[in-house]
Design a protein around this ligand. Sequence first.
Ligand code: TRP
Length: 464
Amino acid sequence: MTEPRGQWSGRLGFILAATGSAIGLGNLWKFPYITLENNGGAFVLVYIGAVALVGVPIMIAEILMGRRTQMSPVGAFKAMAADRPGGAAWQGVGWLGVLAGFTILSYYSVVAGWTIHYTWLALNGHLSELASDPAVLGNYFGNEFLASGPQQVLYHVLFMGLTTGAVFFGVKGGIERVAKILMPLLFFILVILVIYSTTTSGFGEAIRFLFHPDFSTLTTGSVLEALGHAFFTLSLGMGAMLTYGSYIGRDFSIPKAALQISFLDTLIALMACIIMFSIINTSNIEVNKSATILFTTIPTVLVKLPGGGLLNALFYLLIGFAALTSTISLLEVVSSFAIDELGWTRHRATLTMGSVITVFGVLNALSLGGHGALSSINLIGRESTQGVFGTMDYLASNWFLPVGGFLIALFCGWVLSKATTRQELEEGHGTMAGYGIWSFLIRFVSPLAVGAIIVSVILGKEYQ
Ligand code: TRP
């Protein structure tokens, strides 16, 4: 007897879960850091363009495949490609997605675990002590916390436990329930922090930095980086949105949902920038444009503000919440593969896959100690191939996701018939005036743009 397949309770459940998948460390950590690195304004505009012209069309494509087949990526490609050119070979895209989910989760959960430690440190007052001197905190983070194998393993295992627990209880009872509690909380904490940052003296400068484009500072590398990030932050290229789309009903509009999810994801990324840049500008700390800014610079600034200890705790709690709804989606891709393709029960699938990934992630956690750890932490992992941690990150972000996204775009744009895609997109939406635009973007713009990322990686430029 197979269990009945999961379903969201309704439209809101899906939107919150999918937005939860999209919003994560990519928004709160990576985006502010690369925005600083790429000089703000113009980069932000290009990023928004990438989300609209490449991200949204591919998200629509993924959700459409999921809803059409009611299957996870491997099965979805198998079913839709059956009578099309390429046939069964297309299921390889699904396999690549499962591999990517496995790989990303095994290091993402390590970083996510740090938020538990920092929330705890903030609550018990230690963080305020450490953060009173940037050098002390930097030293603590790099040479004590990261170098401590047992701590790295502990928090990673804890975070995987939370993730596995949520996925264990299923689509509606676990994933959706967690998202319905955490997403509003996350938004609430962010709004408090944004309001707070408007009262700081660095607010105006932060807004100028973000919204006054200066195109003379824009490089080809920045454009490619914005594109690559659009993928990661929207959870595209490995079938996560496809999987979530397989649990929705036939009665609501896919294009509208994709636009809403992408809008919310971008909004939160910008809010994170406003908060961080305002408080950084307020202090006269020299900004190290490093990937570790979130765990070294931010606390030292927050702690100087009134209520700093509490602000720090809220801040790391927020990041932990965001990360949890993302790790859940990563585990769901891997688990739903076992459920749909291997015929396992959900409980068996989540416990097995969760444990295997936890063990694998322990290797990543342990690889952080020692030399090069700091430089290998870079969520998108461009130049970093040091250590197991950096390698995972590099493989997933530079190869699996872009290649997966490229193939998804080709498949929906060129392999499936227009009649099929149009019919699916119009179901629950009505006549789709924008179908022609979507079709053009998915056939030409997305493959070319994503192809450019792949070529630049092959040529070894890696977004530089
Ligand atoms: N989008 C998440 C973030 O910004 C990470 C993530 C979750 C993801 N699921 C994914 C990235 C699937 C790629 C594919 O942090």
